[in-house]
Design a protein around this ligand. Structure first.
Ligand SMILES: Cc1cc2nc3c(=O)[nH]c(=O)nc-3n(C[C@H](O)[C@H](O)[C@H](O)COP(=O)(O)OP(=O)(O)OC[C@H]3O[C@@H](n4cnc5c(N)ncnc54)[C@H](O)[C@@H]3O)c2cc1C
Length: 470
């Protein structure tokens, strides 16, 4: 480990660690960033997982929350966001796919009699605009749009099942809500699952669902470069097992989850706080697949090829069943699949005429079941002939994901269960959950508010609190 002489040490270079490091360095602090993996970025990494010349986002690919994040706005990095023609598509067995366009009215037009309800719910949030999104991403701050936030909160606190039943009458709108709400990895009968769906829908209209041209790694690389410009140091390939290994510094930001923090510092923490961290619950895991394809996916509805993100699973009831199975510790036979076609926005990801494809499904935490067949069957269902295009595939289940990034406990990509309780107590009940009982030591990962996603808000908040420390 480096010698002393730093004002701040940041452990972990995910979007939160990087944002925390940059917030501190921008305020004039001398920062050391320590990453365990060989490459910086955490959830923002891109690798040739299948074949040479095919660039795959290992974790985060769709960077809507990055584009919308107040933290990234403040950092003012030069990120080249690439937008597909259509942010999202939701194919159904019967009829055309539901398309989620940037324009709410165009989206509503595809929802038949539910078009007006879409404009009254999602459209209202879009009209509230950036101040509402800022409030959602900084949930413990002063609301920027209090009325819109209150209205949004009243709907968002609902289970997706309740919102679908009370607001929408037709299958198309209900299905699309299910696809978005299931990003929460919650049972769709759980409180707050609707909130995740509404937030994603609002972002689709407000900022789009872009990828980063060249891959998510470009975002992490730009952040590390900025840190070095600001005089900070960044080292990779150094896992931190105990806080005692770090050089002395006034501030320590930890981009790790509660389980790792307990390992690093457990014996120094007061018993009450230790018990609180031990009670923190992790959510389901994911099984991730990446493909190199000889051509575009042959969707039955050709419009789906123009969408960046595709939600596979069919009707609301099917997706709700899939998520309920996972919550109950079982593997769905027909899993809900989140799929991204990066080449719809950024053809540079693959050699000319070729494509990359990214997908995952939810599985019970720590699952060891290979979901390749089940995921590919869902793609074939809506794109017959898909398998004929596969040149190579790379699969990663929970154990492999966690081995490469210990924050992905049991394959949980959200840094902990996204339940209502853990929305309020993340990781423990506190008005300043980023602070720990150890003086100068802060948690900043997605296990702190506002939770999962490549927005960097946990890092910004922890760094701001550290800067206020006398
Ligand atoms: C398969 C997958 C798909 C996803 N898709 C999306 C998406 O499309 N859009 C989106 O917004 N989000 C997505 N996410 C979620 C997003 O990646 C995370 O929410 C986000 O990266 C969390 O950021 P973080 O900084 O808290 O932690 P991470 O990004 O997990 O970074 C933590 C870093 O800390 C390092 N670290 C941990 N322990 C130590 C230690 N002891 N010593 C040194 N270093 C350590 C890790 O190696 C890692 O680099 C996805 C995640 C996965 C896994």
């Amino acid at each position: 480990m480096r010698a002393d002489g730093f004002d701040a040490v940041v452990v972990g270079s995910g979007p939160n660690g990087l944002t925390g490091a940059l917030t501190l360095a921008s305020a004039g602090r001398r920062v050391l960033l320590v990453e365990g993996a060989e490459r910086f970025g955490g959830g923002l990494r891109t690798e040739e997982l299948t074949l040479p010349g095919y660039a795959h986002d290992v974790c985060a690919s769709v960077l809507a929350v990055t584009l919308a994040s107040p933290a990234f706005r403040e950092l003012d990095l030069k990120i080249d966001f690439a937008h597909p023609d259509i942010p999202g598509a939701h194919p159904l067995d019967d009829g055309p796919a539901v398309l989620v366009h940037r324009d709410p009215a165009r989206t509503a037009a595809g929802l038949g009699r539910d078009g007006i309800a879409w404009l009254e719910t999602v459209g209202a949030a879009v009209r509230a605009g950036t101040p509402l999104i800022d409030t959602l991403l900084a949930p413990l701050g002063v609301p920027g749009a209090p009325l819109a936030a209150a209205r949004f909160g009243a709907l968002g606190l609902l289970p997706a099942t309740a919102l679908a039943r009370t607001v929408f009458r037709g299958e198309r709108a209900r299905a699309v809500l299910a696809g978005m709400s299931a990003h929460s990895m919650l049972d769709l009968g759980a409180a707050l699952s609707a909130g995740y769906g509404l937030t994603l829908a609002t972002l689709a209209h407000l900022v789009g669902w872009p990828v980063a041209r060249g891959g998510s790694q470009t975002v992490a690389d730009a952040m590390v470069a900025r840190l070095r410009e600001l005089g900070g140091e960044a080292v990779s390939g150094q896992w931190v097992g105990d806080l005692a290994e770090l050089p002395a510094a006034r501030t320590v930001l930890l981009d790790v989850t509660p389980r790792q923090f307990l390992r690093m510092a457990g014996h120094r923490l007061p018993p009450g706080y230790r018990r609180g961290l031990a009670r923190f619950r992790y959510g389901p895991g994911v099984f991730k697949l990446d493909w190199a394809l000889s051509g575009p996916v042959p969707w039955r509805d050709p419009a789906v090829a123009r969408a960046g993100t595709v939600h596979l699973g069919g009707t609301f009831a099917e997706i709700a069943l899939s998520e309920a199975e996972v919550t109950a510790g079982r593997h769905p036979r027909r899993p809900y699949v989140l799929l991204v076609q990066p080449c719809a926005a950024d053809p540079s990801r693959a050699p000319e005429g070729r494509h990359t494809l990214w997908a995952y499904c939810h599985v019970p935490n720590g699952s060891t079941v290979d979901m390749t067949e089940a995921i590919e069957a869902q793609i074939e269902r809506f794109a017959p002939g898909f398998r004929d295009l596969v040149l190579a595939r790379a699969a990663r289940g929970p154990a492999e994901l966690e081995r490469r990034n210990p924050n992905l406990v049991g394959g949980d990509i959200g840094g902990g269960l996204a339940s209502l309780w853990q929305f309020a107590c993340r990781p423990v009940l506190s008005p300043r959950p980023w602070c720990t009982p150890l003086r100068g030591v802060y948690l900043c990962s997605s296990s702190t508010p506002p939770g999962g996603g490549a927005h960097g808000m946990g890092g910004r908040q922890a760094a701001r609190l550290a800067l206020r420390e006398p």
